[in-house]
Every structure is written in structure tokens, then in C-alpha cells.
Design a protein around this ligand. Structure first.
Ligand code: PNW
Length: 488
């Protein structure tokens, strides 16, 4: 039998609406549970922001004494970037930052996460500072504050000064960790009179695995290390984080809030039973063993060391103390569930469930759609380590973004993605998970690393030929959420 409406059924259905049957009598309206609106609010004083990073938007790579970074060299190497592009001009934010702050204002956000380009501040990585480089961030911060937007600065979003790569092999050397600490101290001295929140390092997991490992994606510097070398890089990056925390405490204004911005390995219970939930907590600790766990506990877990075996990093007890310097908050970038987890009877207590090939994804092939990661990642962070202040330092998606005849982009898929993830975030905050703010990635389309300009993550569309910015439909969605401080 056909499932289509017969002509008669169709006539009856439309007829009912035409006759006004949908206008229910008052008494039954009051009794109708559908009529009761549920306010899914976020906490008072919640920070609503957007996020960007220096190399992805600034351009002006030779301006005002900026030194080269590993991403300049990498992007200019033929064959490395999917569309053959580089970020020499990117979104020209270095010149258009005032206009871009007005885009934020139009969204109604009260916070902005940006990154500082280390090679603008120290063109050679160490040595003489470049005051003109710092001046850009002074102008940016002043303009943000004048517009009522709280600046959150990230110190390292992957644009390592090329000089440190040439001289030291980048993060393969602990001297790079030390140089990073010195740079952090300098920034703290000059900006923390106005910048109250600092993220140290963005997504160590991503730039280490893709920059130094044999991962499915390659990023700068594009060095392929064996496992032992990779674990040593990991250790140096964690050490760099700890040295930066200490330098900010020593040189920054008292009360400056500092923490990492990590691509947490989000472990989600495959089915939310008590046993699987417990397994997801155990997995969270083990699967983040190379970075968040050592930062928050001051030790590598037995599981991490056993798994690494002879490839374990070389470290001292003093290193672990530095790495675990107390932080004020933990920032996590949440895009997807890295793993679904079930409980097991064996010693480990958990198993990772393989993903079926039909698991849904957004436009970037790595971006799996699993909104409940936005509940479980902060929930397990708070549960496992008693973290009291959490920021979602990034969340967002690429989309095909096809303009209609009038040029408007109706990015319903991005709205779908954001609404579902924010629903799970509200579930977390309603249960008391201490998430203090959310930074949507990204304010506008930008240079998406090895994907070049081929993948667009912005709430604002950027025409890279004219640098014109236009709001997509998702910008209107986000503005409505921020204005209501609730799901809409
Ligand atoms: C993050 N993955 O990168 C970065 O912090 C941003 O700079 C970037 O633009 C954004 O997310 C969107 O990609 C990631 O393959 C890159 O799992 C790749 C992955 C995750 C995060």
C-alpha cells in the first residue's frame, strides 16, 4: 500500500486547518503541555564570544617588523595547501580590525578570543622585542574594551617563529618551551593591565600530531617523528604551557586568569548507563594522558607510560611540577566526540567503540556530528578533576555556504549543528557543570590551515577578493541566542 495521502485524506487535513480547528478552546489550551514554554537559559554573566587566530585572519605578514613563522614557510611550500593558497593577506584583519569589532558588536557578544602572533612580538623568537608588533594588540584590545567586549588572548595558535624552527627544531627542543615562557612573561607585562584572561596554547594535540606525527592530516612544520620524538615534543609543549603560567603569574597584573585551550579527547558513553558513564570518566583521564591529565595531575598516568613503553618522554620531577602549575580555568575546544565508550570487565575498565562508516559528518571530512560531546566533555572535565571554571574555547563547523540569487547564505546546516551542540551545553550548565563561557569558531571565514580557503567556518562570509564581510543566516541565529542568553 502506498504511504502517500489519498486525495480525500489530503482534503480532510487541509480542510481542518482551513476551518480553524487548530484554534483550541481556552480550557484545553491551558491543559495542553505543548503550550508551556520551557526556558532553557544559560547562567547569568555567561561569556558569549567568537574566536579567531592570528595567522588565519590577520594577513600583513611583512608589516611592522613581523618575523616569518613556520606557517608562512609551510603554506608557501608547493603542494601543502589544498587550494594552493597562503595567508599572506587572509581576511586582512590587521588593517580591518575596527570593522571586525563592529561585526562582533552586531552579534551582541561580550567576549572575543583572539591569538597573538609570537613572530610579531619577537620576530626571531627570542632576543629583542618588536614594539610595533605589540602596538597592534594594544590597539585591538583598546578598541574591544571601548566596545564593551572582554578580550581573551591566546599566546600560541601554531604560528611558531621560523627562527626557532631553524635554530632548535621547534618544539623538539626544550629551549623552545623556555622561549615560550619568556614571550608569555613579556606579553603579561604589557597587556594584563587590560587583558584579564589568557589562554596559553591552542590545541596541543592537533598541532603536535599533525605537525610532527604521521597523522591523516599534515600541518606545519611537517616533520615526521617516530613515537619517542613525538612524545618528547608533547612533553616540551606541556612544559611550555607550565612555564607560561609561571611567567604570567610573575609578570602579569595580580588576578590575571590563565589556562590552556585544549582539543580535549571527548569520551562519550555510547549508551548513557551508569557503567558506561563511569567508563567514559576513566577513558577521559587515560585518553588525555599526554596533556590535560599531566597538567591537572602533575603526573603521567600508568596507562600512558605503559602504552608509551620505551618511547616514553624523558622528564624530571621538577618538569612535572612546572607543568602542573595551578591554572584558573580550563578551556576546551569541542567539535566532535573523539570516542564513544563502553564499560568492560578488564583492568582498563573501558573500550572504544569503532565508528561505522555511515556516522554523520559536517563539511570537513574529520568533523563528526555528535552534539552530546558538548555535554560530556565539560561534564567529565569537572567530574574527573574538579575543574571549577571551564570555557568552551571553540565550537563551530564548516559548511558549503552557497549564496542564493540575492547573495544571502542560508546555512541551515551550521544552525542545525550549533543549535544541537548548544542544547547539550545548556544541559550541562543546567546541571551545574561550571562552564563560564562559549566562543563560537569563527567570527568570519578564514584560512583553514591545510584546507586553505576551501573550508569556511565563519558566521560572516568573507569575499577574499574584495574583503567584504556579510552575515550568514547563522549570524542571526547566534545573535538571537546571545540576546536571549538562552536557546532559541
Ligand atoms: C581547530 N581535527 O583545528 C583550530 O583550533 C582552529 O584553528 C581551526 O580553524 C578549527 O579548529 C577548525 O578546524 C582543528 O582534524 C583542526 O580533528 C583539525 C581537527 C580538529 C581541530
Amino acid at each position: 500500500m502506498s504511504h502517500r495521502f489519498t486525495r480525500r485524506q489530503f482534503a480532510t487535513a487541509t480542510g481542518a486547518v482551513a476551518l480553524g480547528v487548530s484554534a483550541l478552546p481556552a480550557a484545553s489550551a491551558a491543559a495542553n503541555p505543548v503550550a508551556a514554554p520551557v526556558h532553557r537559559n544559560f547562567p547569568r554573566d555567561f561569556a558569549w564570544g567568537t574566536a579567531t587566530s592570528a595567522y588565519q585572519i590577520e594577513g600583513a605578514v611583512n608589516e611592522d617588523g613581523r618575523g616569518p613563522s613556520i606557517w608562512d614557510a609551510y603554506a608557501h611550500t608547493p603542494g601543502k595547501i589544498r587550494d594552493g593558497s597562503n595567508a599572506d593577506h587572509a581576511a586582512d584583519h590587521y588593517r580591518r580590525y575596527k570593522e571586525d569589532i563592529q561585526l562582533m558588536k552586531a552579534l551582541g557578544v561580550n567576549a572575543y578570543r583572539f591569538s597573538i602572533a609570537w613572530p610579531r612580538i619577537f620576530p626571531q623568537g627570542t632576543g629583542a622585542a618588536n614594539p610595533k608588533g605589540l602596538d597592534f594588540y594594544n590597539r585591538l584590545v583598546d578598541e574591544l574594551l571601548a566596545n564593551g567586549i572582554e578580550p581573551f588572548a591566546t599566546l600560541y595558535h601554531w604560528d611558531l617563529p621560523q627562527a626557532l624552527q631553524d635554530r632548535l627544531g621547534g618544539w623538539q627542543s626544550r629551549d623552545t618551551a623556555k622561549a615560550f615562557g619568556d614571550y608569555a612573561g613579556y606579553v603579561a607585562q604589557h597587556l594584563t593591565d587590560r587583558v584579564r584572561n589568557i589562554f596559553t596554547i591552542n590545541e596541543s594535540a592537533t598541532f603536535i600530531d599533525f605537525g610532527y606525527g604521521a597523522g591523516p592530516v599534515e600541518m606545519a612544520p611537517g616533520v615526521k617523528l617516530p613515537q619517542a620524538g613525538l612524545n618528547q615534543v608533547r612533553h616540551h609543549v606541556a612544559l611550555g604551557h607550565g612555564l607560561a603560567v609561571q611567567a604570567i603569574r610573575a609578570n602579569g597584573r595580580a588576578g590575571t586568569q590563565v589556562g590552556p585551550a585544549e582539543n580535549i579527547v571527548a569520551c562519550v558513553p555510547a549508551i548513557e548507563t551508569p557503567a558506561n558513564i563511569r567508563a567514559s570518566e576513566i577513558a577521559t583521564r587515560e585518553m588525555n594522558g599526554g596533556y590535560l591529565t599531566v597538567i591537572l595531575e602533575g603526573r603521567y598516568t600508568d596507562g600512558f607510560l605503559a602504552y608509551a613503553g620505551k618511547d616514553a618522554p624523558v622528564f624530571t620531577a621538577e618538569d612535572l611540577k612546572i607543568i602542573s602549575s595551578p591554572v584558573d580555568f580550563v578551556g576546551i575546544n569541542v567539535y566532535m566526540p573523539q570516542h564513544y565508550v563502553v564499560a568492560t570487565e578488564d583492568a582498563s575498565g573501558f573500550a572504544l567503540v569503532p565508528f561505522p562508516s555511515s556516522f554523520p559528518r559536517m563539511e570537513s571530512d574529520w568533523l563528526r556530528i555528535g552534539p552530546e560531546a558538548m555535554y560530556w566533555a565539560p561534564r567529565n572535565l569537572a567530574k574527573v578533576w574538579n575543574v571549577e571554571n571551564i570555557y568552551i574555547s571553540e565550537n563551530g563547523t564548516s559548511a558549503a555556504d552557497q549564496p542564493d540569487a540575492g547573495g544571502k547564505i542560508h546555512d541551515l546546516d551550521r544552525i542545525m549543528y550549533l543549535r544541537n551542540y548548544l542544547t547539550q551545553l545548556q544541559r550541562a550548565t543546567a546541571e551545574g557543570v561550571p562552564v563560564r563561557g562559549y566562543f563560537q569558531w569563527s567570527l568570519m571565514d578564514n584560512f583553514e590551515w591545510p584546507d586553505g580557503y576551501d573550508k569556511r567556518f565563519g558566521l560572516y562570509h568573507v569575499d577574499f577578493a574584495t574583503q567584504k564581510r556579510s552575515p550568514k543566516l547563522s549570524a542571526e541565529f547566534y545573535r538571537a541566542v546571545v540576546a536571549a542568553n538562552a536557546l532559541v
